[in-house]
Design a protein around this ligand. Structure first.
Ligand code: KG4
Ligand code: ZN
Length: 341
């Protein structure tokens, strides 16, 4: 058993959690969404300043809500990659300083590993091997999880990440930022078959067909842009069938992701898919994947909604896995904006 105090600050949320293996004792999230909304996306300089202001109050609250004192904490963990460097530095420095002051081991965690392990927080029986469909604002990957720290990335997006596609389509429909939750809500009132949109496939060389696991969303985004421009001309901007557009777009993304995940899972001889990342909250993806998995005799796990988007509980859970496997990081570990899992 490992009790971890974890800090996540890779993008626009400052979050601190106390996690005992898969049990969340506290999870504090200070969202910066309002701060960045005016700009239509995350402004890195503003994000790191805000992390600086929020990190200490969040640490104090997370510890207090956990009901533990520092002597109840086995190790401190911080997200160290990938993400915005200035933002990562705030969380990493805070974590290393606490580790030094309280004489505890430090663990630097890969943000995507956090998303992989988010499903553990509700599932005591989920264990490797399984396939992780990781769909966030910055990544879209199919990861063969063979064990703790043993990952093989078998498919990725060639252009936009799934969450990025949601955000860009929301922007072109004037729905604000972040786009995923708004599109998800509007799609419930629309007809997913109203418009036929291209799924976006990645060609293999020499006319060998299409890559079975890689995805591409930039063509879909352009197709929505063209369709919206045409509809605006035909019926005027105020009469745009927003709900039908959202439903059709969401269904296309859900189908593309489901097809690849199920195919990869079957090809690898696995029987379980765990989904992670902000887009794992999407109701269209949840329904589509659930019914495809049922059809093929596969089990699918989704994290609870609050652990789909960025949070420190999932970072704590990933750190606990490593800690239990003797994982420790040196205090001079650097943060980095990019690193494969
Ligand atoms: O995992 P996350 O919080 O941050 C990254 O690590 O990128 O994911 C954020 C992304 C955003 O693009 C957001 O629009 C998307 O997740 N998202 C959703 C939903 N909730 C968040 N996309 C589709 N449907 C949702 N319900
Ligand atoms: Zn994330």
């Amino acid at each position: 058993m490992a009790t971890i105090l974890a800090i996540e600050s890779s993008c626009d949320d400052t979050s601190v959690a106390v996690v005992c293996d898969r049990t969340v004792l506290s999870n504090v999230v200070a969202s910066q969404i309002k701060l960045h909304q005016t700009y239509g996306g995350v402004v890195p300089e503003l994000a790191s300043r805000q992390h600086l202001e929020m990190v200490n109050p969040c640490i104090a609250r997370a510890l207090e809500e956990s009901g533990l004192g520092w002597d109840g904490i086995d190790a401190i963990a911080s997200t160290v990659t990938p993400g915005l460097v200035g933002s990562l530095m705030v969380g990493a420095m805070a974590g290393k300083t606490l580790a030094m002051v309280h004489n505890k081991p430090f663990l630097g965690v890969h943000h995507l590993e956090g998303h992989v392990y988010a499903s553990y927080l509700a599932e005591p029986n989920l264990n490797p091997p399984f396939l992780c469909l990781l769909v966030s604002g910055g990544h879209t990957s199919l990861i063969h999880v063979k064990g703790c720290g043993e990952y093989e990335n078998i498919g990725s997006t060639r252009d936009d990440a799934a969450g990025e596609a949601f955000d860009k389509v929301a922007r072109l429909l004037n729905l604000g930022y972040p786009g995923g939750p708004v599109i998800d809500k509007l799609a419930r009132e629309g007809n997913p078959q109203a418009f036929k949109l291209p799924e976006g496939r990645v060609s293999l060389p020499n006319n060998q067909g299409f890559h079975p696991y890689d995805s591409s969303f930039s063509g879909l985004k352009t197709a929505v842009l063209r369709l919206v421009t045409k509809l605006k001309e035909e019926m005027g901007e105020e009469n745009l069938p927003i709900a039908d557009l959202c439903a059709s777009f969401q269904a296309t993304v859900a189908k593309a992701l489901t097809k690849r995940a199920v195919r990869a899972c079957l090809d690898l001889g696995l029987d379980t898919i765990a989904v992670g990342g902000g887009v794992a909250a999407n109701s269209g993806l949840r329904d589509c994947l659930q019914s495809a998995c049922q059809e093929h005799g596969l089990t699918v796990y989704f994290p609870p909604l609050k652990y789909c988007t960025d949070n420190a509980a999932m970072i704590g859970c990933a750190a606990a896995e490593h800690f239990n496997h003797q994982g420790r990081s040196p205090l001079n570990l650097e943060v980095s904006s990019r690193m494969s899992i």
